[in-house]
Design a protein around this ligand. Sequence first.
Ligand SMILES: NC(=O)c1ccc[n+]([C@@H]2O[C@H](COP(=O)([O-])OP(=O)(O)OC[C@H]3O[C@@H](n4cnc5c(N)ncnc54)[C@H](OP(=O)(O)O)[C@@H]3O)[C@@H](O)[C@H]2O)c1
Length: 267
Amino acid sequence: MIALITGASSGIGEATARRLAREPGAQLVLVARREERLRALAGELGGDVLVIAADLTDEAAPARIAAAVQERHGRLDLLVNNAGAGWRGTFGDVGTANLRRTMEINLDAPARLVEALLPLLRASAPSAIVNVASTAGRVARPGSGAYSASKFALIGWSDALHLEEKPHGVHVGLVNPGFVATEGFPQAELVDSFATRWMVSTPEKVAEAILDAGPGGKAERYAPRPYRLAALARVVMPGLTRRVLGSGGGAVLGTSTGADAADRAAR
Ligand SMILES: NC(=O)c1ccc[n+]([C@@H]2O[C@H](COP(=O)([O-])OP(=O)(O)OC[C@H]3O[C@@H](n4cnc5c(N)ncnc54)[C@H](OP(=O)(O)O)[C@@H]3O)[C@@H](O)[C@H]2O)c1
């Protein structure tokens, strides 16, 4: 199985690479900006690992990645669109500039990568795409509107793509993580409090969900599974959900969207 994972330099992407490396015959392609991180991981995993350092928001990145995969393997069985980021702030404070940069990495980048790799995925069918969205793509919280907008959009696009690619033998799975402690999303406010620590999961659990949503797998997985109740509550009890999120719950949960490594380094 040839599997490409974006955002493999940390968090959920790194855990997914480690998990996929244990699959028999797995040959990985690791993509992110921090090349040294990818090379260190590739060295640790051993075997046939292709490292591609790329900023996925660059215009030329998708074509360059597709050419490298075509040249090295001539096929692709699994594409995991995991790279993503979020920057906190109310719309009144951070405005459309924040919306634009968030949509660029969380929606445009995976869509452009799929566009470049779809011919190879179809030619390799049965194959799969797994898009890593978020429970925030079902329920919006104060302070992370741009992030939620990007993940709502990613989910809508993935649902359509699932139906469109089925006849071509390309399974499209969706994974919606809840709160997961990673570099970009440390969830510090939740982890620091005994009352909320239980809500925070691990990248390894999400990696298992990504495998579940991979080739021949599920159309949608929450990780951990109980987070689907938050999405359900938003649909069946919208008024109550808004009241909870607009009060103390929103204040706590609204602080959990992090920034990517480059942004953190700049601060
Ligand atoms: N952690 C959570 O609570 C949580 C919850 C729901 C959904 N998610 C989603 O899960 C995914 C992974 O997040 P994470 O928690 O593992 O965060 P993370 O540790 O910050 O990982 C993000 C990954 O994306 C890569 N990335 C970011 N911008 C990129 C760009 N422009 N080009 C290429 N790669 C880029 C980063 O690599 P480089 O910096 O090396 O480029 C990094 O490997 C994201 O889509 C996120 O929205 C996370």
